[in-house]
Design a protein around this ligand. Structure first.
Ligand code: G3H
Ligand code: 13P
Ligand code: ZN
Ligand code: NA
Length: 281
C-alpha cells in the first residue's frame, strides 16, 4: 500500500497519464481520498498542505493521514504540499515519503540555493523533492502572466543546479476557481518546452477549474502529477449543505455526506487523469 513516489510518477510518464495529488483537511477528507483511490483502483498522493498546518499542526495532520491510509488498501504516498523551509525538514523527520519545497517566491538564485539544500537532505533519506519555479497565483488575483510564467531557460538551469525530481510550473493555472469565469487556458507549448529542456516529469497545481482538453493536453506536454483541492472541497461542502438544508441534523450525518460527495468527485478526477485502474496491487 505504501507506494514509491518516484515510481508512481515514472509509471505515469511511461503510461501516458498523470497521478492525482489531493489535499486532506480533516479526518473525513483524508478518508474520502483513500476511499476514492480504493474505489478507482488508483494510486494517489495524499497531500498535507498550506491550510491544514496552521489549523492542527504538521504532526497531527500527518498522523491523521497515516491513520486513514493504514485503514485502507489504497496505494498511497504521503506528500508535503508547498512546504516552506523548516517545515520540509520537520516533515522528513515525521516520516513523509515525498515532499514539495516551495521557494517560488524567492529570487531565482535564492530559490536554487535553498532547493539544492533541501534536495541534498531529502535524497539522503531517499525522499524525492518537487520544487516550484514561476509563481502560481491565487484565483481572483490581478495577474501579469508574463512575470508569473515559468521561463524555459530558468527551468533548465534550476533543474540542472538543484537536482529536483519533479518541477511544478506556472503556465496559466491559478490556485482555486473563479466562479463565472471560463477556465484559464494553459500554455501547453511552454510546458512542452520546459519538459524538453529539463527532461523531468512536470507537475501542475491548481487543477480545479481546468478544462478537460487542457487536462489531456497537459499530460501530452509532459505533466504527470496533478494537484487539485478546491473542486474536492466544494464537493465536500455540497454534501454538508445537502444535509443542513434538511434542518438541524447531527454533525456526523453532514460530515458523512460531505465524505460521500468528496469520494465521488475524487474518483471522477482520478478517471479524468487516467490513473484510475493503475494501482499495482
Ligand atoms: O538545514 C538543514 C536542516 O535543518 C537539516 O535538518 O536535521 O532535519 O535533516 P535535519
Ligand atoms: P486547486 O485548489 O486550484 O485545485 O489547487 C490545488 C493545489 O495546487 C494544491 O497544491
Ligand atoms: Zn499548489
Ligand atoms: Na485552479
Amino acid at each position: 500500500k505504501w507506494a514509491d513516489p518516484r515510481k508512481l510518477v515514472t509509471d505515469a510518464q511511461a503510461g501516458g497519464y498523470a497521478v492525482g495529488a489531493f489535499n486532506m483537511h480533516s479526518d473525513e477528507t483524508a478518508q474520502a481520498l483513500v476511499r476514492a483511490a480504493e474505489q478507482a483502483e488508483s494510486p494517489v498522493f495524499l497531500q498535507v498542505g498550506r491550510a491544514i498546518v496552521p489549523h492542527m499542526g504538521l504532526r497531527k495532520a500527518y498522523e491523521l493521514t497515516l491513520r486513514a491510509a493504514e485503514e485502507s488498501d489504497a496505494e498511497v504516498v504521503i506528500h508535503l504540499d508547498h512546504g516552506p523551509w523548516e517545515e520540509v525538514f520537520e516533515a522528513i523527520k515525521l516520516g513523509f515519503t515525498s515532499i514539495m519545497y516551495d521557494g517560488a517566491h524567492l529570487p531565482l538564485d535564492e530559490n536554487i540555493r535553498t532547493t539544492k539544500h533541501v534536495v541534498e537532505v531529502a535524497h539522503s533519506f531517499g525522499i524525492p523533492v518537487e520544487a516550484e519555479l514561476g509563481t502560481i497565483p491565487d484565483a481572483g488575483e490581478a495577474v501579469d502572466w508574463a512575470s508569473y510564467y515559468t521561463k524555459v531557460d530558468e527551468a533548465e538551469r534550476f533543474v540542472a543546479e538543484t537536482g529536483v525530481d519533479w518541477l511544478a510550473v506556472s503556465a496559466g493555472i491559478v490556485h482555486g476557481v473563479v466562479p463565472d469565469l471560463p477556465p484559464q487556458p494553459l500554455d501547453l507549448e511552454r510546458i512542452e518546452q520546459i519538459r524538453r529542456a529539463t527532461g523531468l516529469p512536470l507537475v501542475l497545481h491548481g487543477m480545479s477549474g481546468v478544462a478537460d482538453d487542457d487536462v489531456t493536453g497537459a499530460i501530452k506536454a509532459g505533466v504527470h502529477k496533478f494537484n487539485a483541492d478546491t473542486d474536492l472541497r466544494h464537493a465536500f461542502r455540497a454534501g454538508l449543505e445537502s444535509v443542513w438544508a434538511q434542518g438541524d441534523r447531527q454533525l456526523e450525518e453532514a460530515l458523512a455526506a460531505g465524505r460521500e460527495r468528496m469520494i465521488e468527485a475524487t474518483v471522477a478526477k482520478l478517471q479524468q487523469y487516467g490513473c484510475a485502474g493503475k494501482a499495482s496491487a
